[in-house]
Design a protein around this ligand. Sequence first.
Ligand code: FMN
Length: 203
Amino acid sequence: MPVSVLGLSGSPHRHGNTETLLDAFLEGANSAGGQVEKVVLKDLDYNPCRGCNACHKTGECIVKDDAIPLFNRILSADCLAVASPIYSMGITAELKGLIDRAQFIWARKFILKNLYFPNEHIQRHKGIFISTAGLSWDNVFDAAFPAITAFFNTLGFEYYDNIIANDMDRYGGIRGHPTALARAREKGTQVVLLLEKMKEEAP
Ligand SMILES: Cc1cc2nc3c(=O)[nH]c(=O)nc-3n(C[C@H](O)[C@H](O)[C@H](O)COP(=O)(O)O)c2cc1C
């Protein structure tokens, strides 16, 4: 089975800086033999979490929309690349809305205790955060990391790496950045080769 790589594009701006950076990562993953898919969150129809806590009793989300099949796809991927630009110092509404909808999986793990990801599973499932920001400020991504950490933790992915590029305003966009796209391609290749090796060693 090839290494499966799922990219979630959380930018509402099609083919903008962040999706372009995600595409470079996916190209690198594909060139190493990964089976690559991209989902554009803005094209899906899903609602925010209602906070009804029904999932605390059933482990299921009562809101039946595009988020449910997407979580099935996420849980069957070996590598999950989550991409969002920085909007108002955090991640986009599209991505945060999806992250909140993972609450039914959190409930299975921590309330119902009928779902458990062993360490071997987590080590073989890599999560990558991909982001761009307009400002030059080094700490511009800081508010995004905790939500991404929570998402990967809930879903059983090791938070493996960040591919981030700030100062987009100065560079005039991601294509003006001297290294970001090449680095994203390299990282895509590297993570697939690593996961392939892990599969070979312990199928
Ligand atoms: C609504 C909105 C809010 C933004 N807020 C910030 C911000 O708080 N900090 C920052 O550095 N850049 C901010 N930016 C700039 C974007 O992060 C930057 O241009 C990014 O590369 C856009 O990626 P995209 O082309 O994928 O949308 C904002 C842009 C928009 C549209």
